[in-house]
Design a protein. Structure first.
Length: 141
């Protein structure tokens, strides 16, 4: 089984990840909408208010873990504990179309709070793809 193909199939089937950080041995997880560019498949993009607490957490410790959010136990999912998060050189305006295409209603969010958002990148070094109970494997970038 080609787990890289399955990786993209899972990413195409959802628009949210649970993103975990840890500062001073205190874990924190939050749900964020994401998008990705097929030309840079090892990077997931999300936007956050630049004043949000998680932005401070990223500067203190940029090592993160994430999982896509499966709908039930038989839904394929992707998870990684081998990723870092960085503020992107891309603006929300640069990434606007990717977000709007991936996340229904994102255009309304951008209209309401777009000027407060920065784009962040989750650089995935390795991810574990669970297709079903019998098929799971690792992809590396």
């Amino acid at each position: 089984m080609d787990y890289k193909i399955e990786f993209f199939r899972v990413l195409d089937s959802t628009n949210a990840i649970a993103l975990a950080t840890a500062i001073d041995n205190v874990p924190n997880v939050r749900i964020v909408n994401f998008c990705y560019d097929k030309n840079r498949p090892e990077i997931l993009y999300f936007a956050s208010d630049r004043e949000n607490r998680k932005v401070v957490e990223f500067t203190e410790n940029n090592k993160v873990a994430f999982t896509t959010i499966p709908f039930d136990s038989s839904t394929p999912h992707v998870r990684s504990n081998n990723a870092i998060v960085l503020k992107s050189a891309f603006s929300i305006e640069d990434m606007k179309e990717l977000f709007i295409t991936k996340v229904p209603g994102y255009d309304e969010a951008l209209e309401a709070i777009g000027e407060t958002l920065d784009v962040f990148e989750v650089h995935v070094k390795e991810a574990f793809v669970t297709v079903d109970f019998e098929n799971a494997g690792t992809v590396s970038f």
